[in-house]
Ligand binder design. Structure first.
Ligand SMILES: O=C(O)CCC(=O)C(=O)O
Length: 255
């Protein structure tokens, strides 16, 4: 599997700056991807037992998108992914090594799923102008990501719009799929305008995990202090406690 030493970090950061996204293939083996898909479905069933929604009207057009929220509480494998050395390397380089974790959830686009509303993730957590990257997604591709199975549609270069008023009315005509082989991570600047694609296959699921990271001064989307159980919190390293905002002091590490 791709080791952190073999990653051309300068090139990855260059693509994020230039295009707004980049792909690092081979971060997970096929076996690891398959195991995570299995863990994801088990976690989805557990989330349902706990009464967490898997379909949010207004977020997705129909229930063929299966959402799994609160991944970190559902299985330790997901916490490990958040702290994965490759993710840490890239996020530290792009946002700074004092980054925090804003959210971690899954979107399984099943056959029949359609696009959600066009948005950028940074616009959901910070007001314009969006002059610099304050957030980014590390998207764990547990299957191949291709147009037919609902690959994330994005507008390359759209991370440079500082205000919504700068965007042409026809911008959605420029959407293209973010393609990647299974086992990759796809990286996306938080300012990139995007949406989920439509899964037009007969029988292929598109399970993606969205690890959303931000600058430490941006309020997190998910309240991990409230959402994680005591045992899960206890198992977290000091580093992860800081990144998840579990300590008493939120804006200084090691306090
Ligand atoms: O599933 C996708 O491809 C995109 C999901 C997304 O943008 C979101 O949940 O905010």
């Amino acid at each position: 599997m791709t080791s952190t030493a073999s990653i051309d970090l300068k090139a990855v950061v260059g693509q994020l700056e230039e295009i707004g996204c980049a792909v690092i293939p081979g971060v997970l083996s096929d076996e690891e991807s398959d195991k995570l898909v299995q863990t994801l479905w088990e976690s989805s069933a557990e989330a349902e037992r706990r009464g967490l929604p898997s379909y949010v009207p207004g977020l997705d057009p129909n229930p063929s998108n299966v959402r799994v929220f609160n991944l970190v509480d559902l299985d330790p494998a997901f916490g490990e992914l958040l702290a994965h050395p490759t993710a840490d390397l890239v996020v530290s380089a792009y946002l700074g090594d004092d980054y925090i974790i804003s959210n971690f959830s899954a979107n399984i686009a099943r056959p029949g799923s359609r696009s959600m509303a066009f948005h950028s993730d940074q616009s959901l957590v910070a007001p314009e102008p969006w002059s610099t990257p304050w957030s980014m997604n590390v998207i764990w591709c547990l299957s191949d990501l291709k147009l037919e199975n609902g690959a994330t549609l994005h507008v390359p270069g759209s991370h440079r719009f500082e205000r919504q008023s700068e965007m042409p009315a026809t911008i959605e005509e420029d959407l293209v799929p973010l393609t990647a082989p299974r086992g990759s991570i796809a990286l996306m600047d938080g300012r990139m305008w995007h949406t989920s694609g439509a899964n037009v296959t007969v029988d292929e699921d598109r399970p993606l995990l969205f690890a959303y990271y931000s600058k430490p001064f941006v309020r997190a989307q998910w309240n991990f202090t409230a959402a994680l159980g005591g045992e899960v919190k206890k198992g977290m390293s000091p580093e992860m406690r800081y990144r998840l905002g579990l300590d008493v002091v939120l804006n200084r590490r090691g306090v």
